[in-house]
Design a protein around this ligand. Structure first.
Ligand SMILES: Cc1cc2nc3c(=O)[nH]c(=O)nc-3n(C[C@H](O)[C@H](O)[C@H](O)COP(=O)(O)OP(=O)(O)OC[C@H]3O[C@@H](n4cnc5c(N)ncnc54)[C@H](O)[C@@H]3O)c2cc1C
Length: 377
């Protein structure tokens, strides 16, 4: 068995390029996107122009991008990721080329977004209980759905998950559809007032007797759950890496502060009550980073990675939230101000203890692989 933990030459070069870009272009505008609550389209365009985003990127390369961007501006990480088409669902397989190719081109150019409408008012985790339906009427699907908690609820396009098969087929009764926002019956979004992740405002969208052509079905009928699972497995490692980026930046900033801040005649870094939490954080971040990259490496090898994705998702947002909280308090009263980045990082990371599967549900995924599906809830 050969083990190799280093980055290849091209990965190392990419890390240096995206790090430089993130420090120069993103970090100075971090507060802007948080305060303006806008999709950072301008930064996506800049990253594209700099040749830093590409659909040919491997999952590991995208992971490097998420970590570096997360360290500079958490709100840019997700918009950067989606332009590289990381998920099967957003490639709109099955939809006719003349419809999907122009949309994909706009996404790659950072000029539009395809939002994912999965969660419903009465169920998020419990997908077998989704109420949204799509019924075939001649050459069209008629969709009736209420989807909420959609990141980018004001997007130009949606993929939405609806029941197309008998309810007793449970998770295999669901199918995904492409729905352009300007289709008749798509109501204006109700945008929520979220704590964080302001670059991707969440909200609710109602779809009332919306008619889309028969071939706006994405992939196969009844296979929505498998498509979503593919998205979730890798996305859980991407989420982990953007949280790690934010936490590592916090640790680095805290070490710098601790070297310079004098209390009772000494730099506070000389006090083990200050240095040991940072040592523990550095160690935990290294372990978490290895787990996330292993998950993405498995995806690049087309190997199963659900268990590892579940581990990333339950552990990393909880771990990094705690690390950032400690960094905030080690800055004393300065840390409590929104002029320093810690409070924003806490708000942003907290959302990802929930989004794309809560910690509890992510543990269930890991438990299933350990005890067998029949012996878990
Ligand atoms: C920042 C953010 C972005 C999001 N973006 C999107 C998006 O773009 N598109 C989209 O469709 N959705 C999105 N979501 C929604 C998200 O995916 C759901 O919130 C999540 O799947 C959980 O569903 P729920 O909120 O309905 O919780 P519920 O399923 O109602 O669960 C409520 C609580 O019960 C716990 N629980 C449930 N079942 C079990 C169990 N078996 N064992 C133990 N505990 C359990 C959960 O962990 C949770 O704490 C986003 C959410 C956030 C916070």
């Amino acid at each position: 068995m050969s083990l190799h933990f280093g980055l290849s030459e091209s990965q190392q070069l990419y890390r240096e390029q995206i790090r430089r870009f993130a420090k120069q272009e993103l970090a100075p505008r971090r507060q802007h996107w948080d305060q303006q609550r806008e999709r950072p389209v301008e930064m996506v365009r800049k990253a594209l122009d700099a040749g830093l985003l590409d659909i040919e990127m491997t999952h590991v390369m995208r992971g490097i991008m998420m970590e570096e961007v997360g360290s500079a501006d958490f709100n840019c990480a997700l918009p950067f990721l989606v332009t590289t088409e990381p998920f099967e669902l957003n490639r709109l397989d099955g939809v006719p080329d003349e419809v999907r190719n122009p949309i994909r081109q706009l996404v790659r150019e950072g000029r539009t977004i395809i939002a994912v409408g999965f969660t419903e008012p009465s169920s998020g985790t419990d997908v077998a209980n989704f109420q949204s339906t799509a019924t075939l009427d001649g050459d069209e699907w008629v969709i009736n759905a209420v989807k909420n908690s959609i990141s980018w609820a004001d997007a130009e396009y949606f993929t939405i998950t609806c029941r197309t098969e008998a309810r007793d087929q449970k998770i295999w009764s669901l199918s995904n559809f492409l729905v352009p926002r300007d289709t008749e019956g798509v109501h204006a979004p109700r945008i929520w007032d979220d704590m964080g992740s302001h670059g991707a405002e969440r909200g609710e969208v109602r779809f009332e007797d919306v008619r889309v052509p028969k071939d706006y079905l994405i992939g196969e009928r009844g296979k929505a759950y498998a498509q979503m699972a593919q998205l979730f497995d890798t996305n859980r490692a991407y989420i982990g890496l953007k949280c790690i980026g934010a936490a590592q930046a916090s640790v680095d900033e805290t070490c710098e502060f601790a070297r310079n801040r004098k209390v009772m005649g000494n730099s506070i870094s000389t006090y083990q009550g200050v240095s040991f939490p940072m040592v523990e954080a550095e160690t935990q971040l290294e372990a978490a980073r290895l787990l996330c990259y292993k998950t993405l490496w498995l995806a690049d090898q087309n190997l199963p990675n659900s268990k590892e994705g579940g581990m990333c998702k339950w552990w990393v947002p909880e771990l990094t939230f705690e690390i950032v909280r400690q960094c905030l308090t080690l800055h004393g009263h300065y840390g409590y101000s929104s002029e320093l980045p810690f409070e924003q990082r806490l708000r942003d990371i907290l959302g990802w203890q929930i989004g794309d599967g809560t910690s509890q549900v992510s543990k269930l995924i890991v438990a299933r692989s350990m005890f067998g599906r029949e012996n878990t809830a």
